[in-house]
Design a protein around this ligand. Structure first.
Ligand code: 13P
Ligand code: SF4
Length: 303
């Protein structure tokens, strides 16, 4: 506790010296969410990165999120506490494979989940996040959509649009771990609790949800619901904001496996160190960034 107090004080000084802003995803460790200037889901954090006046953005999240920030704000320095924080789902699609799919479906437009590399975004018509996926798909001027990389979110979106999705076979190792059996067991343990679930979970699990939505949608729903008990089907870091918003409510994570190990690679110590040393920095080759930027900017413009 004493060490964390010292680290937090050091951080306040460094933030001023560097003119830095700290952005933290809701899946980060509590000790990081506590000191962030903004906590958010991937959509809000991309918006913040695009609009901030700070010279330095410290992105506490996984690598693709830092990349998106760098693409949207190419003149800023973007730091990440630990560059080993990757996203296995983002790594499930490669440029070669996507190009082959595009060649097979020449009339389709490519909609890419923001959980993807800069190289994939450079091959994309428009990006989306889990909070705006349906809106983005419906805004696209094509009947056929190549959807990468999340098959579970793709399945969910397909149920809410008339367009035909051609779905890539990627998934989130963390959300995909949750099973029907886990939810049945939790419901038996906590009668009356509502099950709120992220659409990165398997279709049959999503179908059990009393509420289905992105990280922010789940947070809003639980905050405003009159119910007092919830079984949560998304990453365990969201507990920080859920409990902050509703200290009088009960939140039970649907399994103890709903932890994204990559998100947890960052910690307060590494956060302070990266601002001290100004390393590691996110680098995106400018030619790739220029091609990828349009797909992100289009997403930010969808109303
Ligand atoms: P959102 O922040 O869009 O809900 O994304 C979930 C996620 O898995 C981020 O890695
Ligand atoms: Fe990737 Fe899933 Fe972790 Fe999000 S929670 S960073 S999608 S592995």
């Amino acid at each position: 506790a004493e060490m964390n107090r010292e680290l937090r004080e050091r951080l306040i000084t460094l933030k001023k010296e560097r003119n830095a802003i700290i952005l933290a995803h809701y899946y980060q460790r509590d000790e990081i969410q506590e000191v962030a200037d903004f906590r958010g889901d991937s959509f809000l954090l991309a918006q913040k990165a695009a609009s901030t006046d700070a010279e330095v953005i410290v992105f506490c999240g996984v690598h693709f999120m830092g990349e998106s920030a760098k693409i949207l704000a190419p003149n800023k320095t973007v730091l990440i506490p630990d560059e080993r924080a990757g996203c296995p789902m983002a790594d499930m699609v490669n440029v070669d494979g996507l190009r082959k799919m595009k060649a097979k479906h020449p009339n389709a437009k490519v909609v890419t989940y923001i959980n993807s590399s800069a190289e994939i975004k450079a091959e994309t018509d428009i990006c989306c996040t889990s909070s705006n996926a349906v809106k983005v798909i419906n805004s696209v001027d094509a009947d056929e959509i190549i959807w990468v990389p999340d098959k579970n979110l793709g399945h969910y979106v397909q149920q809410h649009t008339d367009k035909k999705l051609i779905i890539w076979e990627g998934y989130c190792n963390t959300h995909d771990m949750l099973t029907i059996k886990d939810v049945i067991e939790m419901r038996a343990l906590h009668p009356g609790a509502e099950f709120v679930v992220h659409p990165e979970c398997r279709p049959e699990v999503v179908a059990m949800g009393d509420f289905v939505g992105s990280t922010t949608a789940i947070l809003d729903y639980c905050k405003n619901s009159t119910n007092k008990k919830f079984i949560v089907g998304t990453e365990d870091g969201t507990g920080y904001q859920l409990r902050l918003d509703s200290p009088d409510k009960e939140f039970h994570f649907a399994t103890k496996f709903l932890v994204c190990p990559n998100m947890k690679v960052n910690n307060l110590k590494k956060l302070v160190k990266c601002l001290e040393t100004m390393q590691p920095q996110i680098y995106v080759p400018p030619a790739i960034a220029d091609q990828a930027r349009t797909s992100l900017e289009r997403m930010l413009q969808v109303k």
